[in-house]
Design a binder for this molecule. Structure first.
Ligand code: SAH
Ligand code: SF4
Ligand code: F3S
Length: 447
């Protein structure tokens, strides 16, 4: 039996792609292994979003080269594949920098992986095409993916924020047709999925061809999915503020299956910096949007992404970001130091912010965001919330799941409860999980 080891870096789309590569390799007779030293094929599904993410890959490739040598001494072949966004961005360069690599394959051509592996027996191969044939049409049907599954509905980005590599690594925005999504959703539900997270680099810009010939928005797609049997919960990520239309906001109000959680990256609270980033909205537009979302779904938990130290960012700009965070109140967030990326407009800017200033601003922002997160979690204590149980918990006798607000929850329950939604009274908030007990009656709020 041939074995494949697949490791994913970066965003949820890479996680999705990794499961699809596993499906493909499964069709070729590979079984997946968690032990890299026994793998005949090693796939690193890489991320190019920040310098650190890309550099991680090269240190991993250094270790793999040693492992490959050791396996060769034992008479075993190892094929090393670099997939994902570093593969797309750097292509053939990777072969020069990392001598152990056999295959470089981009995010839009990985359906050709079986063929590339065959060719790799005699040569080193690079495929970073954006082929006209649809990648998804050449992938095998999905296998069971657990209680909560990702479903790519949209890929690529046309927004070209000044700091971001995604439009270059993933290409132009493409929405998959509704019928294909429904077929994939069916398979996932049949395989035990109860929650679907619709993913896309710009998921709320979704505009796919509907079975009725009309163009469906994300709101319409969510409403349809919410009506299908077996689907208990729907989420979507990642959204751009400018694509939050009324219909999508209303879906949060009208569909119980659409969870009260929204990840809506804002990046900065300074109008000057937002303009320089090419985000195409100002801070007050974001505040007004949040007001509309909260009017539709008052208990919604908000999450965001922030970049500190974008070129030219002053103390006053940073203060504006802190003000926005204080005004909005986030249940969770990701924040990063700006990292100049080759080929992006911002990387050409001369007015870089010193590293020490970036670090200080990041620490200050993260302290505020962490206080908000803890405050949000503590406010859940004493409430009864619905929890989708997903997997065995940290200790025997425990099961782990998620609240509607995407908080991790641990309860005492048998493993047979996995895949069900149960009402849980939250008794305690730890630093990363909530703890609770099964509540007898259903919660009053239909969250
Ligand atoms: N499509 C999403 C973001 C995808 S990238 C959106 O529109 O917001 C995920 C996050 O990484 C971004 O939201 C941003 O906060 C961060 N990021 C992207 N490029 C970056 C860079 N060059 N330096 C630091 N952080 C970056
Ligand atoms: Fe990157 Fe901006 Fe597109 Fe998000 S919207 S993927 S940050 S270019
Ligand atoms: Fe990284 Fe590519 Fe995702 S750059 S964040 S893996 S789209």
């Amino acid at each position: 039996m041939k074995k494949a080891f697949i490791k994913s870096y970066g965003c949820q789309m890479n996680v999705y792609d990794a499961t699809r590569m596993a499906d493909l390799l499964g069709r070729e007779g590979f079984v997946e292994t968690g032990a890299v030293e026994e793998a005949d094929v090693v796939v690193l599904n890489t991320c190019h979003i920040r310098e650190k993410a890309a550099e991680k890959v090269y240190s991993e490739l250094g270790r793999l080269r040693v492992l490959k040598g050791e396996r060769a001494e034992a008479g075993l072949d190892t094929t090393v594949v670099v997939a994902g966004c570093v593969a797309q961005a750097e292509g053939r360069e990777i072969l020069g920098r990392a001598p152990g690599v056999d295959v470089v394959v981009g995010p839009q051509s990985y359906h050709r992986l079986p063929d590339l592996l065959r060719r790799a027996r005699t040569e080193r191969v690079v495929d970073t095409d954006f082929p006209v044939e649809e990648k998804f049409d050449h992938l095998p049907p999905r296998r069971a993916a657990g209680t909560s599954a990702f479903l790519t509905v949209q890929e690529g980005c046309d927004k070209f924020c000044a700091f971001c590599v995604v439009p270059y690594t993933r290409g132009a925005e493409v929405s998959r047709p509704v019928a294909k999504l429904l077929a994939e959703a069916d398979r996932l539900v049949a395989g035990g999925a109860r929650e679907l997270t619709l993913i896309g680099q710009n998921v709320n810009a979704y505009h796919g061809e509907g079975p009725d010939g009309a163009v469906w928005s994300l709101g319409r797609l969510l409403r349809h999915l919410a009506g299908l049997p077996g689907i208990l919960r729907l989420r979507y990520t990642t959204s751009h503020p400018n694509d939050m239309d009324d219909d999508l906001i209303a879906a949060h109000r009208d569909c119980l299956a659409v969870m009260p959680y929204l990840h809506l990256p804002v990046q900065s609270g300074s109008d000057r910096i937002l303009a320089a980033m090419n985000r195409r909205h100002d801070a007050d537009a974001y505040r007004r949007l949040i007001d509309r979302v909260r009017a539709a779904r008052p208990d919604i938990a908000l999450s965001s992404d922030f970049i500190v130290g974008f070129p030219g960012e002053t103390d006053a700009d940073h203060a504006a970001t802190l003000r926005l965070v204080a005004d909005v109140g986030f249940a969770s967030a990701f924040s990063f130091k700006y990292s100049p990326r080759p080929g992006t407009p911002a990387a050409e800017s001369a007015d870089a912010v010193p590293e020490s200033v970036k670090s200080a601003r990041l620490a200050e922002l993260q302290e505020l965001l962490e206080r908000q997160r803890q405050g949000f979690n503590h406010a859940t204590v004493g409430r009864t919330v619905d929890v989708l149980l997903e997997k065995p918990g940290r200790h025997p006798g425990q099961v782990a799941g998620k609240s509607p607000y995407l908080q991790a929850v641990q309860i005492e329950a048998g493993i047979e409860t996995v895949g069900t939604v149960v009402p849980v009274r939250i008794t305690r908030a730890g630093s990363n999980s909530l703890f609770g007990e099964l509540a007898g009656a259903a919660p009053a709020a239909a969250a």
